[in-house]
Design a protein around this ligand. Structure first.
Ligand SMILES: CCCCCCCCCCCCCCCC(=O)SCCNC(=O)CCNC(=O)[C@H](O)C(C)(C)COP(=O)(O)OP(=O)(O)OC[C@H]1O[C@@H](n2cnc3c(N)ncnc32)[C@H](O)[C@@H]1OP(=O)(O)O
Ligand SMILES: NC(=O)C1=CN([C@@H]2O[C@H](COP(=O)(O)OP(=O)(O)OC[C@H]3O[C@@H](n4cnc5c(N)ncnc54)[C@H](OP(=O)(O)O)[C@@H]3O)[C@@H](O)[C@H]2O)C=CC1
Length: 518
């Protein structure tokens, strides 16, 4: 059997979602480890005032592509952008581009999706389900197509505790839902959304489950694999450790904790934190693309599903993550932290509410008051409100465990040659979690916040200043309490003297007993 990089040699690859987090890592890996790939056709839309070509040019300048640039400065010649808006009929691809794609594409990687948890159902359906359906129709017209790889999520079936590598019956027949939502008013859809999504937490997981069903319906005609990653985090090894470029999932939480903004969050210390490094997901995706074609003729014509998770193989828990995140940010502080990093997770609702009041809302109020008094616009309360919305939406995933079967991932690994296993490593048994979390946190500092590592001494100095402010504040508070309560009330004074004398007694007893034992 040819190696993975030999298999991709001379192939034309179509990628949706190439401007996204995973899409970019996929492109980088293909260009670096499969240098003979013929061309990468990427579907891109204009966005935020930038044209399609400006976006692609910006993307190629990104640090992520440094290694590829070193190996081949002309790598951009292999990237062919195609204008497309996935929510439009026919994906808004021009007839000439359709002609090109149908005549030359050999492999499709479908990464595009809306991953927002608060996306209105109609839009999530449009992008995650209808666009997938349209892409599959386009794929059927491709004369030389060898594999179609769909990126789903391990949480598509999060209403189940144990998740096998099979496509489960959908919560509703996608076509029926699409037809009925078509004529409905947005406000009606909003009202019925909770009833529709049922025991799933959001429209994202719901529409990803429907998309799997749509993919399944086409699996007889095409050679399809579905990759289901869990919580995709920064890169583990490639192209360098800690690469991350967004606030999604845990990244935003880590940053908020490192900045000293987040002090409490609802999560279970003992629940498995099913993070999966982005390079692992991409290596598995590329291997699956190659192997599903090679084995297509020898297996039943259904989509092969790969659960891409760590929990069952090399488990790590949210409590341990909290510990390593805090310790990394204390050693490598973020610039201009609001308070010293000290976040705690708790599964207790009341304790969490108490700390939200004391450690989030109260400091935010004081800081906003200070901003107002100094003639500036208050902003801290607004930041906390957004943070509370984000953590409220994420808590579902950090408060419970799931069990994913990963037989297909293991089987795929066993089919690879030793060289391929090294180049396209997705063996998470080798993952050293403390080292990974440290690189992840440093990655958020360097690549998301664009902070310079040489400024760490100044950031440490800032933390010392914050510590001194805290000590001063606590002392002032103590003196204030003394003046207001203790100095004015006889009963409070009596209690105070009683406590102090008890402490003295305890101290003298302790001193006496330690002298006796010497
Ligand atoms: C030490 C503690 C350890 C314990 C740690 C536990 C971690 C527990 C993680 C579980 C993770 C499950 C992941 C499931 C696995 C998938 O299937 S992966 C798909 C993952 N999808 C996501 O993560 C998307 C979630 N994000 C959203 O849905 C939307 O961004 C939100 C949270 C609803 C906010 O929407 P919005 O209010 O319209 O605002 P948006 O413009 O998106 O962002 C507003 C602000 O929030 C910030 N923000 C966005 N996301 C986040 C975030 N995750 N956190 C913080 N801030 C955020 C943005 O940076 C932005 O700040 P500014 O730049 O304005 O200052
Ligand atoms: N990130 C994670 O933790 C996980 C992700 N996944 C899955 O992996 C895949 C990739 O996720 P990720 O890279 O993180 O997501 P991103 O949000 O980073 O990227 C989404 C991509 O989809 C594109 N896209 C969105 N809307 C449209 C549209 N209307 N027309 C054209 N393109 C569009 C975006 O383009 P643009 O830049 O123009 O917006 C972007 O390239 C998704 O299918 C997701 O469900 C699964 C599990 C976990």
């Amino acid at each position: 059997m040819a190696s993975i990089s030999e298999w991709y040699a001379g192939k034309n690859v179509l990628i949706t979602g190439a401007t996204g987090f995973m899409g970019k890592v996929l492109m980088e890996k293909l260009l670096r480890s499969c240098p003979d790939v013929k061309a990468l056709y990427i579907l891109v839309r204009p966005k935020a005032g930038q044209s399609m070509s400006e976006r692609v040019q910006d993307m190629m300048m990104c640090k992520l592509f440094d290694r590829v640039r070193e190996d081949n400065p002309d790598f951009h010649q292999k990237i062919i952008p195609i204008s497309s808006e996935l929510t439009q009929p026919g994906l808004a691809i021009s007839p000439e581009d359709v002609q090109t794609l149908t005549s030359c594409i050999n492999i499709v990687f479908h990464c595009a999706a809306t991953i927002r948890f608060d996306e209105p159902l109609k839009h999530a359906l449009q992008l995650n389900v209808i666009a997938t359906q349209q892409l599959l129709s386009l794929a059927q017209q491709m004369q030389h197509l060898q594999a179609f790889i769909h990126i789903s999520t391990a949480y598509a079936n999060c209403n189940r505790r144990h998740i096998d590598e099979v496509i489960y019956p959908p919560p509703v027949e996608p076509k029926k839902l699409i037809d009925s939502l078509e004529w409905m008013d947005d406000s009606i859809i909003c009202d019925i959304t909770p009833r529709l999504i049922g025991d799933r937490p959001n429209t994202y997981t719901y529409t990803k489950a429907l998309a799997e069903c749509v993919v399944q319906q086409e699996s007889g005609k095409l050679n399809i694999a579905i990759i289901r990653p869990s919580i995709v985090g920064a890169s583990w090894q490639e192209p360098f450790p800690g690469w991350i470029d967004n606030f999604n999932g845990p990244s935003g939480i880590f940053i908020a904790a490192g900045k000293g903004i987040l002090r409490t969050m609802r999560a279970s210390n003992d629940a498995v934190a099913d993070l999966i490094p982005v390079d692992v997901v991409i290596n598995l995706t590329l291997a699956a693309g190659c192997c599903s074609h090679v084995h297509f003729y020898f297996r039943p014509k259904t989509a092969l599903v790969y659960n891409c998770t760590t929990g069952g193989i090399n488990p790590f828990h949210w409590g341990e993550i909290e510990h390593h995140v805090m310790s990394t940010f204390k050693r490598n502080p973020l610039e201009q932290a609001f308070r010293r990093p000290n976040a705690n997770i708790t599964s207790n609702y009341l304790i969490n509410q108490y700390w939200i009041l004391v450690s989030h809302k109260f400091p935010a109020l004081i800081y906003d008051l200070f901003l107002r008094l100094s003639g500036q616009k208050p902003q801290m309360m607004r930041i906390f409100n957004r943070l509370h919305k984000a953590i409220g939406l994420l808590a579902y995933f950090s408060s419970q465990d799931w069990e994913w079967n990963s037989d297909n991932m293991n089987m795929l690994m066993s089919q690879l040659s030793a060289d391929d296993r090294r180049t396209f490593n997705f063996d998470v048994r080798q993952l050293n979690w403390p080292e990974y979390i440290e690189n992840y946190c440093i990655g958020t500092k360097k690549y998301v916040l664009n902070e310079d590592m040489s400024d760490i001494p100044a950031a440490r100095q800032h933390l010392r200043k914050l510590r001194n402010i805290r000590y001063t504040f606590n002392t002032v508070l103590l003196v204030f309490i003394w003046r207001v309560f203790i100095a004015r009330s006889q009963m409070a004074r009596n209690i105070w003297y009683f406590v102090v004398s008890l402490c003295f007694k305890f101290l003298s007893y302790f001193r006496a007993s330690s002298t006796l034992t010497q």
